[in-house]
Design a protein around this ligand. Structure first.
Ligand code: AHG
Ligand code: MN
Ligand code: MN
Length: 337
């Protein structure tokens, strides 16, 4: 069987961007390399007890870092060395990281990322992920600015995620469909395993942290009850699946069909998830796969962004399921929690 690596694939696809000079391809390649290094550390995470606990010095005399800090540093140094990016925004950093060095002089892009998604699962051998979103800079030259990130999700040039699961996968889009690559550890390459990924129009899975039920808006409470009702025609009741790593929940739902909801709650009235580096990239992927992503009211990728770490509610997945959930939201919008 013919094997196509991520590197070969992005170069082949470069023809889709007649005015691009290969920078985006190089950037995607750099992300792939950082992902492999993070994957290696994720795989070793269970050995932390043996090699040294977080914050202590391990047998090699290196300080052991928490995986989210490690992942953040790894991606940042890949972007700094790559020279295609003039600023980075990360969940782990309050402010943007401007880059203005010899290699980034003509950098055209900015990257926003959640270096380690699913941090509550780091220490328990459950899938975690990385999410990234790439924009063309709006500033003219030098280091990038905060303003470069104040672009709607519709302006994304590329976005993707890496899932460090039972196998490691990289899934990305440049606005021409979604492709998935699985890391073959024997050759150390991401190989095209899921070409042209599409998500079913409907599914049988709903993913939401039901522990927050009492704090949900009325529309969400009613939608959950709808998911649990008996109805042969629509395949209900649905199954409830919630890992707590958004990337893993959304990846499963993308492949099998389903809906992921993180609504506003009375505790987080704006929602919990971040628009720039969680919701927008995942929305770009799901839309490119034929699904939908909304706030419960409007399309995620059209939400204006005014703050780096802006939060939003998220309804994301199979289009029919998102439509139904939004109908419930509209119908009960006037009701108090
Ligand atoms: P992060 O680990 O980057 O903070 O993000 C976790 C996100 C998302 O991936 C997950 O679905 C959700 O937060 C879990 O939150 P709850 O524990 O509140 O359900
Ligand atoms: Mn996250
Ligand atoms: Mn995170």
């Amino acid at each position: 069987m013919e094997v196509k690596t991520l590197g070969q694939f992005v170069i082949e696809k470069q023809a889709d961007f007649p005015y691009a000079k290969g920078e985006l391809s190089r950037l995607l390649r750099d992300i792939g390399i950082a992902a492999k290094i993070v994957n290696r550390e994720v795989n070793k995470a269970g050995l932390v007890e043996i090699l040294g606990e977080t914050g202590t010095v391990n047998v090699q005399g290196e300080k052991v870092k928490k995986l989210d800090v490690f992942a953040n540093e790894q991606f940042i140094s890949a972007f700094k060395a790559g020279g295609e990016v003039c600023a980075i925004a990360s969940e782990e950093n309050d402010d943007i990281i401007p880059i203005d060095n010899a290699v980034s002089k003509s950098a055209k892009y900015v990257v926003a990322m959640d270096p380690l998604d699913g941090s509550s699962n780091i220490d328990v051998n459950v899938s975690v992920g990385t999410i990234f979103s790439i924009y063309r800079r709006t500033s003219l030259n030098g280091a990038g600015t905060l303003q470069d990130f104040m672009q709607k999700g519709t302006e994304q040039v590329a976005a993707g995620y890496i899932i460090y699961g039972s196998s490691c996968m990289l899934v990305y889009t440049t606005g021409k469909g979604v492709n998935g690559f699985t890391l073959d550890p024997s050759i150390g390459e991401f190989c095209l395993s899921h070409p042209n990924l599409t998500t079913p129009k409907s599914g049988k899975i709903y993913s939401i942290n039901e522990g927050n039920y009492l704090h949900f808006p009325e529309g969400v409470k009613k939608y959950i009850k709808y998911c649990q009702e008996e109805d042969k025609a629509t395949n209900r009741p649905y199954s409830s699946r919630y890992i707590g790593s958004g990337v893993a929940d959304i990846h499963r739902n993308l492949i099998n069909g389903g809906i992921y909801v993180y609504p506003t709650t009375t505790k987080s009235p704006k929602g919990k998830l971040r628009l720039l580096y969680e919701c927008n990239p995942l929305a770009f992927i799901i839309e490119q796969a034929g699904g939908k992503a909304t706030t419960g009211e409007k399309r995620i990728m059209e939400v204006p962004i005014t703050e780096l770490h802006q939060r939003t509610s998220l309804f994301l997945g199979s289009s029919d399921m998102v439509d139904t959930a939004m109908d419930f939201m509209t119908k009960h919008s006037a009701e108090k929690v």
